[in-house]
Design a protein around this ligand. Structure first.
Ligand SMILES: Nc1nc2c(c(=O)[nH]1)N[C@H]1C(S)=C(S)[C@@H](COP(=O)(O)OP(=O)(O)OC[C@H]3O[C@@H](n4cnc5c(=O)[nH]c(N)nc54)[C@H](O)[C@@H]3O)O[C@H]1N2
Ligand SMILES: Nc1nc2c(c(=O)[nH]1)N[C@H]1C(S)=C(S)[C@@H](COP(=O)(O)OP(=O)(O)OC[C@H]3O[C@@H](n4cnc5c(=O)[nH]c(N)nc54)[C@H](O)[C@@H]3O)O[C@H]1N2
Ligand code: SF4
Ligand SMILES: [Mo]
Length: 673
C-alpha cells in the first residue's frame, strides 16, 4: 500500500485557519486530520470539521454533483439533473431577459464567506462586475458596523495585532468574542499559553469566559457604558497615557468631560458588572502591555458602531499600541503579507455605477419585481442566515424571480432556486488562504477530484462568462496565473508549488508590531477620537457613554451567536453534527425560568411580532437575567417548524454600516404545554 500525506488548509470563516494533513492510501483520501506541524491546529481539527470533512463533505451521495433544474414548486426541493451546457444556456437566456427588461441592477447577487480562499471567494465578482449586477453588501450580514466604526477612529479595521506578540502582554482583553466556539484553537492554545491576565467581557459565561481571570458579564448592548466606566477609573487614578494621547490622537478633550459621570457605581447600574470588577479590569488593562480583541458579536447591536468606537478608545487612551505586547484586533487583512485580493474582483470591468443593498433590505428587494428579476446566491445560504426569514422565503418563492444557487449541498436556499450549480469543495482545487487572525500564509491544495460534474467557483463563473458571450480576458484568467500574480504581489519570494509543499508559512520569526510608527490611516494621520467623517455621516463627533434600555414588559434579549458544532449554517446537514445538536435549545437564567414556571427540559415558545418558535429550555446562570441564548446555524428543512432562530429576527440595523443588529432581537417566552 502506498501512503501519502498532503498538507492543506481549512478555508472556513474561522479565526484559526487550521493546517490540515490529508492521508491518502493507494491514491484515495482516507482521512482528513489536523496537521501536527501546523502552529495553530497542532494535529487536531475542531470537532465539527473533523466530522464534516470525514463525512458529508467527502460523501458523493450527500454532495451536489450535477447542475439541477427545478421540477416542482419553489421551496419543495424537487429537481432534475441537467447538463452544464443546458444549465448555462438557460441562465444566460434568463439573465439577458432581465438585462433587457429591467437593466443590470435588477440582477442581485449575495455571497459571503462560505469559502474564504482568495480565488473561490473573489474571482466570481469579475463576472458580476461585468454584468453590472447589484451586490448584497456582504459585510452587512456580519461585521460592517465594526468596520465603519474603527474606520472613523483608526482609519482601518483590518490592521490588528500579531497574535505572536501575546508573549509580551500582561493583559489580554477579549471583548464580545467567543473563542471557545469561533476560534477553538486560540481558546485551547493561544490564550492559555500567553502569560497575561485574561479578561473577558461578554453577557455569556462561555468556556473562554469561564477560563478567564476576570469575566465582566454585562448586559447586551451596554458595552459603551462599560468602556466609559473603565476610562473613568483610569482618568481618576492617573492611569491614562497623556503623552500618547497628545502625540497620536485628536479630540480627547471632547471625551474627557463625558467621563465625570461614568463612575464605577454608575457603570454597575447600567451594565450589571460589579463596580469592583470594573476597577480591577481598568487597572490591569491600563498598566499593560495589553491586547484588546474586539469580537464580531460585540458590534451586532443596535448601537454597535458607537460601542466599537467607545471600546476602541481604550488602547488609544492608555498607549497600548505600537509596542510589543500591545495592540487592538478586529480582523487582519493581508497587511504585511501584501496579498492584493482586491485585484481579483475586477472593479474595472464595471461599466455602470456600483450598486449595493444591505442584507437588511434583501427580503424587500427580492419581493419587488421591479427591483429584482434575477438572484444569484453563492458561498452563502441566505434562507438560513438572513433576517426576516418568513418574508425572505415568500420573496424567494416568487415565480418570476429567476434564482441560481451555487453550493456544495442542497441548502434551504437551493430549494428555492430555478437552477442549482454544484461547487467543488476546498479538497478539490488549489487556492490561497490569508488567515485573518494569525499573520500566516497558507495553500489550499487539491487532494481529490470533485464529485460528478461539480466545479470550483472560479470555473463555474468562467463558464457563465462564456455563455454570456463576454470577451474581456480577465474573465478567463487561469488559476495558475491568478495564484502567480497574488504571490508575486506579496514579495515574499515564494511560489505556489513551494507554498503547497509547506502548507503554511510564517514569514516572520519575530512578532510584527502594528502601528509601531504611530501613524494611522485617518485623514489627520492620528487616531481620530473626534471624527469629522463620522459627524459628516450623521454620527456624534465622539463616542458616547450610551447603553441600550433593558427590555420591558417581561421581554428577553435573544442572543444567537456561533455554535461550537456549526460553522454559520454549514454542517447543519451533517448527520453526525446533527446528532450532537439534538433539538433546538434555549438557555434561560434561573430567575427568568422561575418567573415563567419553566424547568430544565421543558418546551418554551419564544415569540415576537414576527412569529413564534418552540425550543427546549436549559436553565443556567451562564446567561444574565433578561437574556435568552440560542445558537445560530440550523437548517430549516431539518427543523420541525421549518424555520430557525432568524424567524424571530426583524433585521434591525446597526447605527453604522447598515449592518445586522441580530443580537438586539427581543422576544417573549412562555411555557409551551
Ligand atoms: N441569528 C443569527 N443569524 C446570523 C448570525 C448570527 O450571529 N445570528 N451571524 C451572521 C453572520 S456573522 C454571518 S457571516 C452569516 C453567515 O451566513 P452564510 O454565509 O449564509 O453561512 P453559511 O450558511 O455557512 O453559508 C455558506 C455556504 O457556502 C457553501 N460553500 C462552502 N464552500 C463553498 C464553495 O467553495 N463554493 C460555493 N459556491 N459554496 C460553498 C456552504 O456549503 C454553505 O451552504 O450569518 C449571519 N446570520
Ligand atoms: N464554531 C463556529 N465558529 C465560527 C462561526 C460559527 O458559526 N461557528 N462563525 C464565524 C463567523 S462568520 C464569525 S463572524 C465569527 C464570529 O465569532 P465571534 O467574534 O466570537 O462572534 P459571535 O459568535 O457572534 O459572538 C461572540 C460573543 O459576543 C457576545 N455578545 C453578544 N452581544 C454582546 C454584547 O452586547 N456585548 C458583548 N460584550 N458581547 C456580546 C455573545 O454572547 C458571544 O459570546 O465566528 C466565526 N467562527
Ligand atoms: S473551522 Fe476553524 S477550528 Fe475548525 S478546522 Fe477549520 S479552521 Fe480549524
Ligand atoms: Mo460572520
Amino acid at each position: 500500500m502506498s501512503k501519502e500525506i498532503i498538507r492543506t488548509t481549512c478555508p472556513r470563516d474561522c479565526y484559526d485557519s487550521c493546517g490540515i494533513a490529508v492521508i491518502k492510501r493507494d491514491g484515495a483520501v482516507r482521512k482528513v486530520l489536523g496537521d501536527p506541524d501546523h502552529p495553530v491546529s497542532r494535529g487536531a481539527l475542531c470537532g465539527k470539521c473533523a466530522l464534516a470533512y470525514n463525512g458529508s463533505w467527502r460523501d458523493p451521495a450527500q454532495r451536489l454533483s450535477s447542475p439541477l433544474r427545478r421540477a416542482g414548486p419553489k421551496g419543495e426541493g424537487r429537481f432534475e439533473a441537467i447538463s452544464w451546457d443546458r444549465a448555462l444556456e438557460e441562465i444566460a437566456g434568463r439573465l439577458n431577459g432581465v438585462l433587457r427588461d429591467l437593466g443590470p441592477a435588477a440582477i442581485l447577487q449575495a455571497h459571503y464567506t462560505g469559502t474564504c480562499t482568495q480565488i473561490a471567494g473573489s474571482f466570481p465578482l469579475r463576472f458580476f462586475n461585468r454584468l453590472g449586477a447589484t451586490e448584497v453588501d456582504p459585510d452587512s450580514i456580519c461585521n460592517n458596523a465594526g468596520h465603519a466604526a474603527l474606520g472613523y477612529l483608526y482609519g482601518t479595521s483590518v490592521h490588528g495585532f500579531d497574535p505572536k506578540t501575546a508573549r509580551d502582554s500582561a493583559c489580554i482583553l477579549v471583548w464580545g468574542a467567543n473563542p471557545s466556539a469561533s476560534a477553538p484553537h486560540a481558546h485551547k492554545h493561544w490564550l492559555p499559553e500567553a502569560p497575561a491576565t485574561k479578561i473577558v467581557v461578554d453577557p455569556i459565561r462561555h468556556e473562554t469566559a469561564a477560563a478567564a481571570d476576570l469575566h465582566l458579564q454585562l448586559f447586551p448592548g451596554s458595552d459603551a457604558a462599560l468602556a466609559f466606566a473603565l476610562l473613568h477609573v483610569m482618568a481618576r487614578d492617573g492611569l491614562l497615557d497623556l503623552d500618547y494621547l497628545e502625540r497620536h490622537t485628536t479630540g480627547w478633550d471632547e471625551v474627557e468631560p463625558l467621563l465625570a459621570g461614568c463612575t464605577p457605581a454608575w457603570g454597575e447600574q447600567v451594565t450589571g458588572v460589579p463596580r469592583d470588577l470594573i476597577e480591577r479590569a481598568a487597572r490591569v488593562y491600563a498598566e499593560g502591555p495589553s491586547l484588546l480583541w474586539l469580537g464580531q458579536g460585540l458590534q451586532r447591536q443596535p448601537l454597535g458602531g458607537n460601542i466599537m468606537r467607545a471600546c476602541g478608545l481604550l488602547p488609544a487612551a492608555t498607549g497600548n499600541l505600537g509596542k510589543p505586547g500591545c495592540g487592538i484586533y478586529y480582523l487582519n487583512g493581508a497587511g504585511p503579507r501584501r496579498i492584493r485580493g482586491d485585484r481579483l474582483a475586477g472593479a474595472q470591468l464595471r461599466a455602470v455605477p456600483e450598486a449595493s443593498i444591505s442584507h437588511m433590505d434583501l427580503a424587500d428587494h427580492l419581493a419587488d419585481p421591479a427591483r429584482a428579476g434575477a438572484f444569484f446566491c453563492w458561498n452563502m445560504n441566505v434562507a438560513a442566515s438572513a433576517p426576516r426569514q418568513a418574508e425572505l422565503l415568500t420573496a424567494l418563492a416568487r415565480e418570476d424571480l429567476f434564482t441560481v444557487a451555487v453550493d456544495l449541498f442542497q441548502t434551504d436556499t437551493a430549494d428555492y432556486a430555478d437552477i442549482v450549480l454544484p461547487a467543488a469543495s476546498f479538497l478539490e482545487f488549489d487556492d490561497l488562504m490569508v488567515p485573518y487572525f494569525n499573520l500566516l500564509l497558507s495553500a489550499q491544495v487539491k487532494v481529490m477530484e470533485p464529485p460528478g460534474d461539480a466545479l470550483p467557483n472560479q470555473e463555474i463563473f468562467r463558464r457563465l462568462s462564456r455563455a454570456m458571450g463576454f470577451e474581456e480576458p480577465e474573465l478567463y484568467e487561469t488559476d495558475q496565473a491568478l495564484l502567480d500574480g497574488l504571490l508575486a504581489d506579496s514579495g515574499l519570494g515564494i511560489d505556489f508549488a513551494a507554498l503547497s509543499e509547506a502548507g503554511t508559512i510564517d514569514p516572520w520569526d519575530v512578532p510584527r508590531i502594528t502601528f509601531a510608527d504611530g501613524r494611522f490611516r485617518t485623514p489627520s494621520g492620528r487616531i481620530e477620537i473626534a471624527s469629522a467623517a463620522a459627524e459628516a455621516d450623521g454620527h456624534p463627533r465622539v463616542p458616547q457613554p450610551l447603553s441600550d434600555p433593558r427590555p420591558e414588559g417581561g421581554r428577553l434579549r435573544l442572543l444567537s451567536p456561533a455554535s461550537k458544532w456549526l460553522m454559520n449554517d454549514s454542517y447543519g446537514n451533517e448527520p453526525k453534527v446533527r446528532a450532537q445538536l439534538a433539538e433546538v435549545g434555549v438557555t434561560l437564567h434561573p430567575e427568568d425560568a422561575a418567573r415563567l414556571g419553566v424547568g430544565d427540559g421543558d418546551r418554551v415558545e419564544l415569540s415576537n411580532e414576527l412569529g413564534g418558535l418552540l425550543m427546549t429550555a436549559r436553565v443556567s446562570d451562564e446567561v444574565p437575567e433578561g437574556v435568552a441564548l440560542s445558537h445560530k446555524g440550523r437548517w430549516l428543512k431539518h427543523e420541525a417548524q421549518g424555520g430557525n432562530v432568524n424567524l424571530l429576527n426583524p433585521g434591525r440595523r446597526t447605527d453604522m454600516g447598515e449592518s445586522s443588529a441580530v443580537h438586539g432581537v427581543e422576544v417573549m417566552a412562555r411555557l409551551a404545554l
